[in-house]
Design a protein around this ligand. Structure first.
Ligand SMILES: Cc1cc2nc3c(=O)[nH]c(=O)nc-3n(C[C@H](O)[C@H](O)[C@H](O)COP(=O)(O)O)c2cc1C
Length: 171
């Protein structure tokens, strides 16, 4: 297991090949979300998967970049209920799904919600349910081989603030 290599080599990718994902891979991605930890183990999430083409097209209209959804092999809306740190919990579940996908060679991207009410209606959510993010997954159009570099190389190339900027050590 080299989770650090998986984390360091992963980037959000938005262009996917048209082939569908296997049921096995989809199952693992969703199960990774299910397995995430949450505050008091409340598991305040539901992963809503639009499958019919017209439903996917309706979801696409509610995010900032519809093409990300239209070209995806799998779309997962992370939906939460209840109070407390539910957004943090949703983030943990989402990141687990993104990394589990990458472990299968599947690329992915979070998609911000532009039309929240429309998405709520499209996904047939209950009053107490709130959509947090729409995740898109697919076989990447542009292949990136995690093993082509070391984790340290991937890290050094990442478009991220330097570690010295994001870590503040206190005596
Ligand atoms: C909450 C959230 C919302 C995002 N919304 C969008 C989006 O609407 N469209 C999009 O193409 N990417 C979206 N992204 C992806 C970010 O642009 C991406 O994580 C960031 O640019 C880093 O990309 P990289 O991993 O390829 O370096 C979103 C990411 C997050 C965490």
């Amino acid at each position: 297991m080299d989770t650090y290599l998986a984390i360091a080599s992963r980037r959000d990718q938005r262009r996917y090949r048209p082939e569908p994902l296997s049921d096995d891979v989809v199952g693992r991605i969703l199960d990774a979300g299910r397995l995430a930890g949450s505050a008091s183990n409340r598991q305040p999430w539901t992963f809503v998967v639009p499958e019919g083409r017209s439903r996917v097209e309706a979801v696409a209209k509610t995010v900032y970049v519809p093409d990300n959804v239209l070209g995806a092999g799998l779309v997962v809306a992370v939906v939460v209920t209840g109070k407390g740190p539910v957004s943090f919990d949703a983030g943990r579940a989402a990141q687990s799904m993104l990394l589990a996908a990458w472990n299968e060679g599947v690329a992915s991207c979070p998609n911000g919600i532009a039309e929240r009410d429309a998405l709520h209606a499209t996904l047939e959510l209950g009053e107490e349910e709130t959509p947090v993010i729409v995740l898109t997954f697919g076989l990447p159009e542009r292949l990136r081989d995690p093993a082509s570099r070391t984790a340290e190389d991937w890290s050094a190339r990442a478009n991220r603030r330097p570690l010295g900027d994001v870590v503040r050590r206190l005596p």
